[in-house]
Design a protein around this ligand. Structure first.
Ligand code: ATP
Ligand code: MG
Length: 151
């Protein structure tokens, strides 16, 4: 089903902003078009990325959510300024039950499933998902979904 991408992102962001007082979720969308995908599952992916950004940013801070069109894809990125992920661990974070261990003074509860499920959903919709991160600086998780240009 086709749905308005920006409206979905805004819905998820507004829901999750209610769950945190110390983070400010900033939603910048530069794509006003539609996406052809399972709306509820894409909502789940966006939720997983933003809840991770909140969870792994123990200090108060902004979380930036950006969407934009790149060629025939819409990209959605969630950037945080939290604990980050060491370079050699980044390739593993989409694996089932993988969790980065030894995170200094903080421990974060979880199963290690959110990113695995997210990557399965995105792949099933014909897209891809990736991360850029610097340990102790922050992380940017992005996914891309194909969009029809003939509209
Ligand atoms: P859950 O199943 O509840 O989502 P989880 O958050 O541990 O548990 P994933 O969301 O799959 O599992 O993330 C896998 C691991 O990747 C996390 O345990 C964490 O170590 C790391 N990670 C994910 N997102 C971030 C982030 N924004 N910043 C730093 N580390 C992250
Ligand atoms: Mg998670």
């Amino acid at each position: 089903v086709d749905f308005k991408f920006a409206a979905l992102v805004t819905e998820v962001v507004e829901d999750l902003q209610r769950t945190t007082e110390k983070h400010r979720l900033i939603n910048e969308f530069n794509y006003e078009g539609t996406v052809h995908a399972d709306r509820e599952r894409i909502a789940q992916v966006i939720t997983n990325l933003i809840t991770n950004a909140i969870k792994y940013s123990p200090q108060p801070g902004d979380i930036l959510i950006r969407s934009a069109l790149h060629d025939n894809e819409v990209h959605l990125c969630v950037e945080d300024f939290g604990v980050g992920i060491a370079e050699e661990k980044q390739e593993h974070v989409f694996e089932q039950f993988y969790r980065v261990s030894g995170n200094k003074q903080h421990t974060f509860p979880g199963l290690g499933l959110g990113l695995y499920i997210s990557s399965e959903i995105v792949k099933r919709e014909g897209g891809r998902i990736w991360v850029n991160s610097v340990e102790n600086k922050g992380s940017t998780f992005c996914f891309a979904l194909p969009v029809q240009q003939s509209r």
